[in-house]
Design a binder for this molecule. Structure first.
Ligand code: FES
Length: 107
């Protein structure tokens, strides 16, 4: 199992366990993480899976792609240097212990 901690803007958190082969979005949804909707099911069409990945875990995930980059530009929530679509973040051993925050502010 791989554990990921999701922080809410108010500082509360959910410690979630997932399996390799899942995406971070799927893990968040399975654990009822508020603010991670994943409406398009991972098709990079909705942006409702936006998270801010802790800097220490940036390299635990593949680099951002062109489509993901464009979708992040159009999300309602504020984009930062740490922004990723959690549906594009595979759960791997390198991601174990990752910390990410659910956006709270709108852009
Ligand atoms: Fe829709 Fe990630 S689930 S963009």
């Amino acid at each position: 199992m791989v554990t990921i901690t999701f922080f809410q803007p108010d500082g509360s958190s959910v410690l979630a366990a997932g399996n390799e082969g899942e995406t971070v979005m799927e893990v968040a949804r399975a654990h009822g993480v508020e603010g991670i909707e994943g409406e398009c099911g991972g098709a990079m069409a909705c942006g409702t899976c936006h998270v801010y990945v802790d800097e220490a875990f940036r390299d635990a995930f593949p680099a951002i792609g062109h489509i993901e980059d464009a979708v992040l530009d159009s999300t309602e929530t504020l984009r930062t240097e740490q922004s990723r679509l959690s549906c594009q973040l595979p759960v791997t051993a390198q991601a174990d212990g990752a910390r990410m925050t659910v956006p709270g502010a709108t852009a």
